[in-house]
Design a protein. Structure first.
Length: 218
C-alpha cells in the first residue's frame, strides 16, 4: 500500500470510528438488547446493524447511493419510515410494565419472560434500524465521494467497505460483551426498568425529530 492509499485509509478509518462514538439509535438499540437478552441473542442486533451498513456501503460502491441520495422523495420516505419505526420501538419500551423486569439477572435470564427474544428477531430489529436511518447512507456516500477519488481502485474501496462493516460489528459486539460481564450487567439489570425507559424515550425523541425534519423539508 503506497503512502496516498495509506493516508486515505487512516482518514476514513478515523472519521468512521469517530462517527461510531457518537450515540445514535443504533447504539441505543445495542445497549437495550444487551441488558435484556442473553449474549447470543443480543449479537443478532449487532449483526443486523452491521449488515445494514454493509448494504449502504455496497450501494455507494456501485454508485446507487448517489442516485438514492439525489432523490428527494426517496430520502423523505426513508426518514419518515425510519422515524416511525423508532417511535414504534419507543412505545414498546415505554409500555412495558415494571413487573416484567422482576428477576432480570444473568442467572435467571432463561426463565424470564422479558428476556425471551430470538436471534432472528434481534437481527431484524438491528437491520431495520440501520437500513431505515438515512444518515447511514449519507455518511458513507459523503465519505466515499469526498475521500475516494476515481483514481482509487475498486479493490481498495471494497476492502475499505469490508473493514468498516467489520468495525461496526466489532464495536457493537464490544458493547454487548461489556454489558454481559457479571459486574457491569448486575448493575445494569438492577436499573433495567429505568434504563429501558430512558432508551425508549431517546428512541422516541430521535424518531420524532427525524419525522419532523422530513415533513418540514417536504
Amino acid at each position: 500500500m503506497d503512502v496516498n492509499l495509506l493516508g486515505i485509509f487512516v482518514t476514513v478509518a478515523i472519521a468512521h470510528f469517530l462517527a461510531l462514538l457518537s450515540p445514535g439509535p443504533d447504539f441505543v438499540l445495542v445497549v437495550k438488547s444487551a441488558i435484556k437478552n442473553e449474549g447470543k441473542n443480543a449479537i443478532g442486533v449487532a449483526l443486523g446493524i452491521a449488515s445494514a451498513n454493509a448494504v449502504y456501503i455496497g450501494l455507494c460502491l456501485i454508485g446507487v447511493g448517489s442516485i438514492l441520495a439525489a432523490s428527494v422523495p426517496v430520502m423523505i420516505a426513508l426518514k419518515i419510515i425510519g422515524g416511525l419505526f423508532l417511535i414504534y420501538l419507543a412505545i414498546q419500551a415505554l409500555r412495558a410494565r415494571k413487573s416484567s423486569y422482576n428477576n432480570l439477572d444473568i442467572i435467571e435470564s432463561k426463565n424470564n419472560d422479558y428476556s425471551k427474544s430470538t436471534f432472528l428477531k434481534e437481527f431484524v430489529t438491528g437491520f431495520m434500524s440501520g437500513i431505515l436511518n438515512p444518515k447511514n447512507l449519507l455518511f458513507y456516500l459523503s465519505l466515499f465521494t469526498v475521500v475516494l477519488t476515481p483514481e482509487v481502485g475498486f479493490a481498495f474501496k471494497l476492502g475499505l467497505g469490508v473493514w468498516m462493516t467489520v468495525i461496526v460489528f466489532l464495536w457493537d459486539l464490544s458493547i454487548i460483551f461489556l454489558l454481559s460481564t457479571r459486574t457491569v450487567r448486575s448493575k445494569f439489570t438492577k436499573a433495567a426498568y429505568y434504563v429501558d425507559k430512558i432508551t425508549g424515550a431517546l428512541l422516541g425523541f430521535i424518531g420524532f425529530a427525524i419525522v419532523k425534519s422530513a415533513l418540514v423539508k417536504q
